[in-house]
Design a protein around this ligand. Structure first.
Ligand code: NAP
Ligand code: MG
Length: 402
């Protein structure tokens, strides 16, 4: 069989623990036999991040920006326990945080749905994608515990010395106080990433905030989205047959629950944090959540939403077979290869990505599943190991590509 050709390399970011093991299995069994894979490889595994003083993460992020499409394996974000386990000289920052800061992107999370696992919300027939603004607000807050009586004021001093000052509250007793901020350029990037992603996936875009109560802060988000939409995206959306619509978050929540799914829901930072946990739980399993970072310039970084599955890795190290679900990691690869195909106009590569995903669905529809899914499915299932699952997918993929 002739292997499918690529023209531009994909930026490949390897990672840690169980997902690093799956990474190699996926490449060896499902990609390399079929695709003449071109990648620029960066090892974001914790030992090499330590060895390069995290320079490898910065280099990988810059490459992701240069080439436009990347695929990333889950990585450890070090904590105190990892400092000892990996003998680290520093508690290196979260690679995802570094990549996000360099690409200035928005994270979109969408569940992979299968017939035998029904969402907890009966009406949901298609995936709901959550777009979370990952900058500012309560995640960058300044807060005080107020000890007792006194006046709290909000003060802004401009570069030229002019002051804006307003009383927040005259405290007659103890209480709490918090200051939040966001920036127009970050909100604009968030808006553009959302509009780009909606066009790229041909889905409607919803955006919600609490603008009726937060008349300046949240209202600015609403206004920036609307201005960018009207100036840059209205015609493109109409041509693609999709819509942009803004609504109050209370109304959005009610509509989402009654909806059939199949749209993107853009949320402010805190709303996105909470709502993505609700939506992903209602759809079934963390192992079936995909994640893609989209920059306002249209750079794409694909990954699984879950972590490195440490508990399974320790079992693997002890010589036990594991039944870790590789679906979200496979879909990170198929997503990245399809996007590379789109950008480089390679229909064969795009078709391969479709067939790879199709082969995954064939396998699950045959009832062949990893343990996390067999417990949830409403059909007869055979629980298999990760290797067994990937081998079954390969069989189905060979049939499809024959
Ligand atoms: P996790 O790796 O997502 O795993 C949490 C639990 O969810 C697992 O123990 C497992 O449950 C289940 N699970 C997740 N993915 C699964 C899969 N593919 N197949 C089967 N079960 C799956 O989260 P964590 O244990 O909190 O974090 C582990 C490490 O990952 C941490 O060092 C963290 O820093 C890192 N992390 C990285 C990213 C990223 O790179 N994007 C994201 C999150 C966390 P059972 O044990 O019950 O089977
Ligand atoms: Mg959360």
């Amino acid at each position: 069989m002739n292997k499918i050709q690529m023209t531009t390399p994909l930026v490949e970011m390897d990672g840690d623990e169980m997902t690093r093991i799956l990474w190699t299995m996926i490449k060896d069994e499902l990609i390399l036999p079929f695709v003449d894979l071109k990648t620029e490889y960066y090892d974001l595994g914790l030992p090499y991040r330590e060895e390069t003083k995290d320079q490898v993460t910065i280099d990988a992020s810059n490459a992701a920006k240069k080439y436009g499409v990347s695929v990333k394996c889950a990585t450890i974000t070090p904590n105190a326990q990892r400092m000892t386990e990996y003998n680290l000289t520093q508690m290196w920052k979260s690679p995802n945080g570094t990549i996000r800061a360099i690409l200035d992107g928005t994270v979109f999370r969408a569940p992979i749905m299968i017939d035998s696992i029904k969402p907890n919300v009966r009406t949901w027939e298609a995936p709901i994608t959550i777009a979370r603004h990952a900058y500012g607000d309560v995640y960058k807050n300044t807060e005080f515990r107020i000890p007792g009586k006194g006046k709290a004021e909000l003060l802004f001093t401009g570069e030229d010395g002019t002051e804006m000052r307003q009383t927040i509250y005259d405290f007659e007793c103890a209480g709490v106080l918090q200051g939040l901020y966001n920036k127009d350029n970050s909100i604009s990037s968030f808006a553009r990433s959302c509009f780009e992603y909606a066009l790229s996936t041909k889905q409607d875009l919803w955006f919600s905030t609490k603008d009726t109560i937060s008349k300046k802060y949240d209202h600015t988000f609403k206004d920036i989205f609307q201005e960018i939409y009207d100036a840059e995206y209205k015609e493109k959306f109409e041509a693609a047959g999709i819509t942009y619509f803004y609504t109050l978050i209370d109304d959005a929540v009610a509509r989402v629950i009654r909806s059939k799914g199949g749209f993107i829901w853009a949320c402010k930072n805190y709303d996105g944090d909470v709502m993505s946990d609700m939506v992903s739980t209602a759809f079934g399993s963390l192992a079936m959540m995909t994640s893609v970072l989209v920059s306002p310039e249209g750079n794409y970084e694909y990954e699984a939403a879950h972590g490195t599955v440490t508990r399974h890795y320790y079992k693997y190290l002890a010589g036990e077979e594991t039944s870790t679900n590789p679906m979200a990691t496979i879909f990170a690869w198929s997503g990245a290869l399809r996007k590379r195909g789109e950008k480089d106009n390679l229909p064969e590569l795009m078709n391969y990505a479709d067939q790879l995903e199709g082969a995954c669905f064939d396998t699950l529809n045959q009832g062949i599943m990893t343990k996390d899914l067999s417990g949830l499915a409403n059909c007869e299932t055979t629980s298999v190991t990760s290797a067994g699952f990937i081998a079954a997918i390969r069989g189905n993929l060979e049939k499809r590509l024959a």
